[in-house]
Design a protein around this ligand. Structure first.
Ligand code: KDO
Length: 336
């Protein structure tokens, strides 16, 4: 009896300890800061890989990083509003999306402004960005943590080079080019000489396959990751936009963190951005031969012709009217 009693009591105590232990685990998981991120990219895109492998683990002591890819949580272009409304904590946003709220961000969407990945970083970390960042924080409640490199955007067409060789913007006349769906993106398509069609990223593969569009523009790593090479025949290396995404976080969520947690989140974002940048650069350098092996023609057009047309169209546009005085010169001065 005594033994039974003692045994039962030990078991009960043990069960209580296990129960209390699991409650602690549950409580800890609940206590962690939830960081949901929504993005249209796939989970194999280098920005996603960097966030999964570097960002999440680096903040896991106090935050639960919960990314959703392929726009499954929020549609492309709706993430910033979701963060502003408190329905989402993080995204990798574009200058084009920010330009919807703050037209001056269109300066970072203009063709041939950023020169390369290092220039993007120098611009993002320069004091010239401070008023841009502050406005996004004050008016949208979104903090831009770091800049991610997407790559140099190239024109990728269904037509074969034999049917359509693109050397100058005039050669893109009448080409139905899918561009992402904001004014800043559409204008870039026009500046290239094409007829832009807005469409969400997740619909592009099917649109290329069915011929709903003639082509799309994206950096080579994206062309490969999204398998656009399966449904296109050529890539014109216009390098018209050195594209970026900002790692964005809810300012409210960030401000509620301790200074140590904030520092850890900032460092994790910077590390993830750097890791992703190096991987993306490596891929960009390697992928021309991969695409040629897949049967695509990959060639350089008359770059001066593209640069001249794109730059002059931007300077004459309503976008340039919103660019703060002297910022373009400062951006240029940070480049080569
Ligand atoms: C795209 O829709 O073409 C684009 O490249 C635009 C970028 O700003 C970014 O949103 C990207 O898609 C997605 O992350 C998918 O790679």
């Amino acid at each position: 009896m005594t033994l039974k009693f003692a045994r039962r009591s030990v078991l009960t105590t043990a069960a209580a300890v296990v129960f209390a232990g699991s409650m602690t685990t549950v409580a800890l998981a609940q206590d962690k800061i939830q960081l949901r991120l929504s993005a249209p990219s796939s989970e194999t895109d280098q920005r996603a890989v960097a966030l999964i492998e570097k960002f999440g683990p680096a903040v896991s002591d106090f935050a639960s990083f919960e990314p959703s890819w392929n726009a499954t949580l929020f549609a492309q272009g709706t993430e910033l509003e979701a963060i502003a409304r408190g329905n989402l904590e993080m995204s990798i946003t574009s200058a084009q999306e920010l330009a919807v709220f703050f037209p001056e961000f269109s300066i970072f969407t203009a063709g041939y402004v950023h020169q390369d990945a290092a220039h993007q970083v120098a611009v993002f970390n320069d004091a010239l960005m401070d008023p841009f960042k502050k406005k996004v924080e004050d008016e949208l409640g979104v903090k831009l943590l770091s800049v991610m490199y997407l790559g140099r955007r190239q024109v990728n067409l269904r037509q074969s080079k034999a049917d359509l060789t693109v050397m100058t913007p005039a050669d893109l006349a009448g080409v139905n080019l899918r561009m992402p769906g904001t004014d800043a993106w559409q204008f870039l398509g026009k500046a290239l000489g094409a007829s832009p069609t807005p469409m969400a990223f997740t619909e592009v593969y099917t649109a290329l396959q069915t011929g709903a569009v003639d082509g799309q523009d994206n950096p080579l790593p994206t062309v490969v990751d999204a398998k656009f090479y399966e449904v296109t025949k050529q890539i014109v290396l216009t390098s018209h936009l050195v594209d970026l995404n900002y790692i964005a976080i809810s300012k409210k969520v960030f401000d509620a963190m301790t200074p140590e947690q904030q520092a850890a989140v900032q460092a994790a974002a910077d590390d993830a951005a750097e890791f992703g940048r190096q991987n993306q650069l490596k891929k960009e350098a390697d992928l021309v031969s991969f695409l040629e092996e897949k049967g695509l023609d990959v060639y350089e057009p008359d770059l001066a012709a593209f640069r001249n047309q794109v730059q002059s169209m931007y300077l004459e546009s309503e976008f340039a009217a919103s660019w703060p005085e002297g910022v373009l010169e400062k951006i240029n001065a940070l480049g080569n």
